[in-house]
Design a protein. Sequence first.
Length: 312
Amino acid sequence: MPSLSHFALAVVQAVLLLAAAPLLSGFMRVVRAKMHTRRGPGVLQDYRDLIKLMKRQDVHPPASGFVFRLMPVIMPATLLVVAMGTPVITRFAPIDALGDLITTIYLFALARFFFALSGIDSGSSFAGIGASRELTLGVLVEPVMMLSLFVAALLAGSTNLGTIGAAVASLSMHSAAATLMAAAAFGFAVYIELGKLPYDMAEAEQELQEGPLTEYSGPSLAMVKVSLSLKQLLVVAWFVAVFLPFGNATSMAPLDLAAGLVVFVLKVLAIFAVVGIVENSVARTRFRLTPRHSWLGVGIASLAFVFYLAGL
């Protein structure tokens, strides 16, 4: 059982991540606008949109079932559980049971499953196509993430995210090449998971990527949108916790936690800034070509496993 202080840390960091998720989405829009030499919306625009949606009526299509109605609750709840177990500002998971690699993977898969299933359950053919697209993307990206993370777990001798991050931070991994290759493969998968160009355009509601959201409105749409922003932040936090844990707090001392929070914010802002620059420097590719690109991630992750076996 986690101690009271660890449980409090898990709750606080989950709440902070949920509150900051729309802010980072706005930050990405500002980066995009600056690169396009236009003013664009401010960093707080997502908060204003969420407030407007919360004031509107929640309408459900007649053909929708219970999955469609439950998804706006299940998805944020699942992601908040992930946020409670991810070592965001510390080198150890606040709750060990939730910070397990396999548990986190299944929770992410559960959120994706209900998100896609809600599009099918809405009764809309357009939402169904978007759901199929979401599942296809999961099939292409999740194996890369799993293989690269399992290589890191094998190198650290544990599936606990905090233990893996602590091993990377202490430079005790016995195979530096395998660690770097696993980090590169996971970073590549994270970029695709973020839904950025050239693979997708998350802001275009008319795109098939937003298909599962077609029939949502009001507070339900607000909950799903903030969940999608939280998922993007958690994926980046996952990468930081495992492969860039440097500067994270090693104890529960208030000063250490504050320093760890500042370092985490700086790392996340730097990663999102790089993602924004890359996104606005490339053209969109056809979704049918995504499988060809995903093989690059599979190859890098497989090479990391080979390096692990060879002890390089």
